[in-house]
Ligand binder design. Structure first.
Ligand SMILES: [Zn+2]
Length: 500
């Protein structure tokens, strides 16, 4: 039987690069190596001639080979078989699910695919806040994998993965994600010679306890939160950078409000986007905003809409500009309990931050409007199997470091990160714990903060109100042998200068 010399793949196949009618496909086949197969008996067919003119117009080279119709049929059929022997999309989906499962098993918060010509495909997991490289693959693998994730696993209908644009999506179908996850959020972006895809694993925490002590808070902090929960109106604000566990704390606080009220409280959230599912709360997402202005406007609309829905408790994902701050204040002044977060470095810094955003100082220092100020960070917990006494490892540190530790604790009490073992996957750490500070506001404190006298406010809070700072909390955890003093310093600042 006659065969073609071409080893290329047909560009005129169904769904191929060059669209042609089905009738024309019976009598010609244009391959990517420039061979144009034409049926012997159709050499002068006007449609064939028309196609050749089109190739010329497109400046495509071609070399005509007159063949039997069966050869053309075979060329298309062969191409189909060989594409099936490449890793199929369904194989890629299975590989993707395998990667999700591995990430989940080590408690990763994110999966990163960095795909580039130069660096190939780098696969990283973020575990306990740090990136860990877990594999390296070819560039093609990365492209196929990310395409399969975006096009076959994500909820977006009729989606095409475009590696040169920024795209957002989500995977929520339970059959596509490992048990223990509630969903996966996808974000992609182009980079110099490739693209990145970051997957945030959203763990299902609906069955979890609502206890704040389990996150690492102490009884005093838990009591402060109980007090904030008991205030019928007013705003309670949690500060901390991204990844400091604020959403988890908020989720537990709101869940406990719902549980303790046995559903008698209407809890509404306005989030962009929701981080956790909160059973019993009405969670309204802010979606489809392309620009920052539009995002801000939609966020405000969502807060206003939420206030009309007769809530008892409103959670506003974040106060990030003056309008969202004003709406939070308005909500508190019209008789709601409000919870929100803000980017600030300490509980007291929240007040300055709100003033910087453009909110009225007399309102944000009114203790009936702002009832609670809190701040938190996450610190890595030492692996209990391989942590080492500081006293045996003094040589690893500078005299200044040792001095700072000694100024707050006897060296004999302190443990530092060990060399790593199987139990901690050689990281020396096992999980993370919250260090926090919680402030119930009062008149005197707010007067001092209004006067920007933060030092005086801190003295009053510590001496008269038994205040306990994030750094005090960290020192407590160092004393308990739970955290490394130098890891703690990188989070809460130098030890020793406890009034600062
Ligand atoms: Zn270990």
């Amino acid at each position: 039987m006659q065969r073609t010399e071409s080893t290329g793949t047909p560009l005129t196949a169904r769904g191929g690069e060059m669209h042609i009618d089905e009738d024309l496909r019976q009598i010609l086949c244009y391959m990517d190596d420039g061979i144009l197969l034409v049926s012997k008996s159709h050499a002068y067919n006007p449609h064939v001639r028309g196609f050749m003119a089109r190739l010329t117009h497109l400046k495509r080279t071609f070399q005509v080979q007159l063949v039997d119709l069966t050869v053309i049929e075979r060329a298309y059929a062969d191409a189909q078989t060989s594409s099936a022997s490449r890793p199929s999309s369904s194989q890629m989906q299975m590989d993707a699910k395998e990667i999700f499962g591995q990430a989940c098993a080590v408690g990763a918060s994110d999966i990163h695919f960095r795909v580039s010509k130069r660096e190939k495909t780098q696969l990283h997991f973020r575990v306990n806040g740090d990136l860990e490289q877990v594999a390296e693959h070819s560039e093609v693998f990365g492209e196929q994998m990310c395409t399969a994730i975006y096009q076959a696993l994500a909820d977006v209908s009729d989606a095409t993965f475009e590696k040169l644009s920024r795209q957002d999506a989500r995977i929520s179908a339970k059959t596509k994600i490992p048990a223990g996850l509630d969903g996966i959020r996808i974000a992609t972006s182009p980079q110099a010679d490739g693209f990145v895809m970051v997957l945030r694993l959203l763990y299902d925490s609906t069955g979890e306890s609502n206890d704040l002590v389990g996150l690492g808070m102490n009884e005093n902090q838990k009591t402060s939160y109980e007090w904030m929960k008991s205030q019928p109106t007013g705003i309670n604000i949690i500060a901390g950078p991204t990844g400091s566990g604020k959403s988890t704390t908020l989720k537990r606080v709101l869940s406990s409000i719902i549980e303790e009220s046995r559903g008698r409280k209407h809890v509404l959230t306005v989030e962009d986007p929701p981080e956790y599912r909160i059973v019993g709360a009405v969670q309204t997402p802010v979606t489809n905003a392309d620009t920052e202005e539009e995002r801000s406007r939609k966020f405000q609309q969502a807060i206003k809409a939420a206030m009309r829905l007769d809530p008892d408790v409103i959670m506003i994902g974040e106060v990030r500009d003056a309008p969202s701050g004003s709406l939070a204040i308005q909500a508190a002044m019209t008789g709601h309990q409000v919870w929100t977060t803000v980017h600030a470095n300490s509980a007291f810094a929240i007040v300055d931050r709100l003033i910087d955003l453009g909110l009225a100082p007399n309102l944000v220092t009114d203790p009936t409007i702002i009832t609670g100020l809190a701040c938190q960070r996450l610190i890595k917990v030492l692996c209990p199997k391989c942590k080492a006494p500081l006293a045996d490892n003094l040589r690893r540190y500078t005299p200044a470091q040792i001095e700072r530790v000694m100024s707050v604790l006897p060296v004999g009490d302190v443990f530092v990160r060990g060399t790593g073992c199987d139990h901690c996957r050689n990281s020396g750490n096992k999980g993370r714990t919250v260090v926090a500070e919680t402030v119930q506001t009062d008149d005197h404190l707010m007067t001092l903060l209004r006067a920007h006298d933060r030092r005086e406010a801190l003295e009053y809070w510590k001496d008269a109100r038994g205040g306990y700072t994030m750094r005090d909390h960290a020192v407590q955890k160092i004393r308990d042998g739970l955290v490394d003093p130098f890891q703690a310093e990188s989070i809460v600042g130098f030890l020793g200068d406890l009034r600062g």
